[in-house]
Design a protein around this ligand. Structure first.
Ligand code: GTP
Ligand code: MG
Length: 297
């Protein structure tokens, strides 16, 4: 009997959803950074085991702001709940919960899909562990109780309890066919995956400086005989931001390019020539057409 299912990974920004996805898959399919709202796409990671295929869906962290990009992120995250077999609801026990967490918990409690509550980052501290448990328990009184399958304290970063989580997951995946090739680790289009790798290096290099003002698009992938030529564009909003991204004598851009190229080469297992440009576009975040070009459909 083959089993398969879709598992949504939900949680507020920065709780460690993408780190958890990569840990479950054992491969890097989703980018990670200390900056909230790192994930902008719906990324699927596929776990292939003997007689089981689990398709995880990493989501942009749920949050509440008012521009087009933020609205898009919320719609994506909510729409994923429907059609899934299971939800991994991830919380960060090192930070106290707030209004956003309660709103998200309300959404999760008021539906019928089974939930595993992942209490992440226990390697760092367990300061608010009990707060999360008691808030959750308040929400799922009576009949709603049955949606919870398990509480799972873990460290996505260190890999602690990942095997235990897999066991519980697999035990609750229904009978079904394989949806993807058993060699695939993700269905994320390669252009977007490369753009995201570059965006991750930018986020890591720039830290708080301009995370939301940048976007990356890959415009060309040309598979030549001995090398793969890739042309990418980094969008910023202002000239001052372009100067930051390029850095003194172009050093920052070069650094980002080198790190990105090395990681892209591990996907292709071939030499890559990465050609990165920086373009100023004042309000890319507010233009639906540009958001579409960037893959935020
Ligand atoms: N100490 C510790 N840090 C973690 C753990 N899991 C994730 N992190 C860190 O938390 C930060 C956010 O991780 P991400 O995986 O990008 O979080 P996310 O929930 O996907 O964030 P968004 O995509 O922005 O919603 C990164 O700096 C991670 O290294 C963990 O188990 N322990
Ligand atoms: Mg993420």
């Amino acid at each position: 009997m083959f089993k398969s299912g879709f598992v949504a990974i939900l949680g507020r920004p920065n709780v460690g959803k993408s780190t958890l996805l990569n840990a479950l898959i054992g491969d890097k399919v989703s980018i990670i950074s200390p900056i909230p709202q790192t994930t902008r796409h719906q990324i699927k990671g596929i776990l292939n085991l003997k007689d089981v295929q689990v398709v995880f869906i990493d989501t942009p962290g749920m949050h509440y702001f008012n521009d087009e990009l933020a609205q898009h992120l919320n719609t994506v995250a909510k729409s994923i709940i429907y059609g899934c077999d299971l939800i991994l609801y991830v919380v960060d026990v090192t930070r106290n919960y707030g209004k956003e967490e309660e709103r998200l918990m309300n959404i999760i409690c008021n539906q019928d899909i089974k939930v595993i509550m992942v209490l992440n980052k226990v390697d760092k501290c367990e300061k608010f562990f009990n707060e999360y448990l008691s808030m959750w328990q308040k929400k799922i009184k009576g009949d709603k109780k049955k949606i919870l399958l398990a509480y799972m304290p873990l460290s996505a970063k260190r890999g602690t309890n990942i095997d235990k989580l897999k066991e519980v997951l697999i035990g609750n995946i229904p009978e079904g066919p394989a949806y993807y090739d058993d060699k695939a680790v993700t269905d994320f289009p390669v252009k977007l995956r490369i753009a995201d790798i570059i965006r991750e290096k930018l986020f890591l290099a720039l830290k708080e400086e301009l995370p939301h003002a940048v976007a990356v698009s890959v415009e060309e992938i040309n598979n030549k005989k001995n090398v793969i030529y890739i042309k990418a564009n980094i969008y910023v909003r202002r000239k001052s931001q372009k100067m930051i991204v390029v850095g003194k004598k172009g050093e920052l851009l070069k650094h980002i390019g080198t790190l990105s190229r090395k990681e892209i080469e591990t996907i292709y297992e071939k030499k890559v020539f990465l050609d990165i440009w920086v373009t100023i576009m004042e309000d890319w975040q507010k233009r639906p057409r540009i958001l579409k070009d960037l893959g935020y459909e």
